[in-house]
Design a protein around this ligand. Structure first.
Ligand code: XMP
Length: 516
């Protein structure tokens, strides 16, 4: 483990909706952070040699039966602890303070006044707005502790023990609504915990190159590339680490955006000299999809065919011992921290570019510690073009789930043309990077229109743009009317087969992002 890991922060997750945000805010200060389940044994935490511990918020009451378990040995740790919201109440409860349920919590903005500006609240305004989201409150702080700040509602907004090695806030410093949140976290990291700001993109790349070389030895690595940001960056990183002993493979199922496969190959091959091969498998994918309307059937067919194609191609490549893929930290957290939770399956996500389960490869996952924005910084440092780095997420089954009803080559072509115009205008109007995901959907409904003096009876096109932070929830993007007009005019005037455009204003929930 490198020193920039061992001087990092462990965040114990007590179930807050903001836990990932805490991790990101810490990393923005160039300090490594790792999220662990609240139940993690103290020894496992010690093994990571953290500089500090953060206890997250959470929905429970510290005195309720449903309070999450944790190893009480952490309370005696010889490194600093910051408790946030539930974390504050946990510290208060276990250090002899009194936490009570008030029956009516505080949700939203509150104003706090600083009582002690010697550490956590140094270099900031005496009064500022913070974001509260709690039901219970501390009505008596533990002996030997003092308040660092109080809220105008009379709530203990922050407190600390005598030597300030235990500090805690009732509000959420990680949330953007907390005006001085960044300063407070920075104070904790650098004044209270003496962390080193060594978690940088450059250090990360150097470390990964070393780790990849060590893991792979003289072996050969196959990199599954989908055209998206993550796998493209993995291919670039592998190339930098082991050169031509890595081979990237892009399977074109015929359902990518216009020029998407070519752009990706161009950026990797011509731009960076990566050894990449594209395989046009569209005939076989499209023949299997003929006449299929059901979205889940489409996903299954594409997922299965992807595995067949990948098997065949991998065999043709000869002996490859490793498979590199773009697993990110949120996927790792999902499968570790919240293991055991079951969620209702809304759509079965087949990740084209993912690992065929029965293949005998050892995995290389160089991005498994990173959040998406960090991955993008790695891409920049490796020299990939901005257009590729900022590309919106794209579903594995591609346009198959954006052509409602039957998929034909003609309909793919119509959608690709319209979608390209839509994307170009978003770039032109400098809106693309404000949007999480934007795309067009071909709807199998014909409507009447008039062009010149001619009656038309053509397809309907839906366009969608959403803002989101993780794709789990989303809101529709308030697209300026001028941009909508431009998009609609250009599509109807230049794409044969579309004579009407509608804008989708459904949020998620109750809608989903994709239409199928
Ligand atoms: P939904 O439509 O479920 O989408 O709100 C959430 C996010 O997941 C993407 N998505 C998929 N990604 N395979 C994927 O790899 C799929 O089958 C799939 N379906 C939806 C979607 O584009 C959005 O980013």
């Amino acid at each position: 483990m490198n020193s920039f890991h061992t001087q990092g922060v462990v965040i114990l997750d007590f179930g807050s909706q903001y836990t990932q945000l805490i991790a990101r805010r810490v990393r923005e200060q160039n300090v490594f952070s790792e999220i662990l389940s609240s139940e993690t044994a103290f020894n496992d935490i010690l093994n990571r040699k953290p500089a500090a511990l953060i206890l997250s918020g959470g929905p429970s009451s510290v005195f309720g039966h449903e309070a999450p378990e944790f190893d009480e040995a952490i309370l005696d740790a010889d490194f600093p602890i910051l408790g946030i919201c539930y974390g504050l109440q946990l510290l208060a409860h276990h250090q002899g303070g009194l936490v009570e349920s008030t029956g009516h919590g505080e949700y939203g903005f509150a104003t706090i006044s600083v009582d002690d500006d010697s550490s956590l609240f140094s270099d900031m305004a005496k009064e500022s707005r913070v974001w509260m989201s709690h039901m219970d409150r501390v009505s008596r702080i533990p002996d030997g502790w003092h308040t660092l700040a109080h809220s105008s509602n009379g709530v203990v907004a922050a407190m600390a023990n005598e030597d300030q090695s235990r500090v805690a806030t009732q509000f959420h410093p990680e949330v953007a609504h907390t005006e001085e949140g960044k300063t407070i976290l920075r104070n904790f990291l650098f004044k209270v915990a003496n962390c080193a700001p060594s978690w940088t993109t450059g250090n990360f790349i150097d470390e990964q190159i070393e780790l990849i070389r060590k893991q792979v030895g003289d072996g050969k690595v196959l990199v599954g590339v989908s055209g998206g940001v993550d796998s493209t960056i993995v291919a670039a990183l592998l190339h930098k680490a082991i050169g031509d002993r890595s081979t990237a493979v892009l399977i074109d199922h015929g359902l990518l955006r216009k020029n998407e496969a070519q752009d990706c190959v161009l950026a990797l091959k011509t731009g960076l000299g990566v050894n990449i091969n594209m395989f046009d498998e569209s005939d076989i994918f499209l023949s299997k999809l003929e006449g299929v309307i059901d979205p889940e059937k489409k996903r299954k067919i594409i997922g299965n065919q992807f595995i067949y194609s990948f098997h065949r191609i991998a065999n043709e490549m000869g002996e490859m011992q490793f498979l590199a893929q773009g697993t990110l930290y949120p996927d790792v957290i999902e499968s570790g921290v919240s293991k055991g939770k079951t969620a209702h399956v809304i759509k079965s996500h087949h990740n084209v570019g993912g690992l065929p389960e029965d293949m005998d490869f050892e995995l290389v996952e160089p991005l498994r510690e990173l959040f998406k924005d960090e991955v993008r910084n790695v891409g920049r440092e490796l020299g990939l073009p901005e257009t590729l780095i900022e590309r919106h997420p794209f579903p594995g089954p591609g346009l198959a789930v954006r052509i409602i009803g039957e998929i034909t080559r003609d309909r793919i072509k119509i959608l690709q043309e319209a979608d390209q115009i839509y994307m170009d205008i978003l770039h032109e109007d400098e809106l693309y990077n404000e949007i999480w995901q934007a795309f067009a959907v071909l709807i199998p409904v014909q409507t009447v229109g008039v062009m010149g003096d001619q009656r038309t009876y053509e397809n309907l096109l839906g366009i969608r743009a959403v803002t989101s932070t993780d794709g789990m929830t989303a809101d529709w993007f308030r697209m300026p009317a001028d941009t909508l007009t431009k998009i609609s005019n250009k599509i109807v005037n230049s794409v044969r087969g579309i004579n009407r455009v509608v804008y989708d204003i459904t949020s998620k929930p109750p809608g989903t992002i994709e239409w199928e």
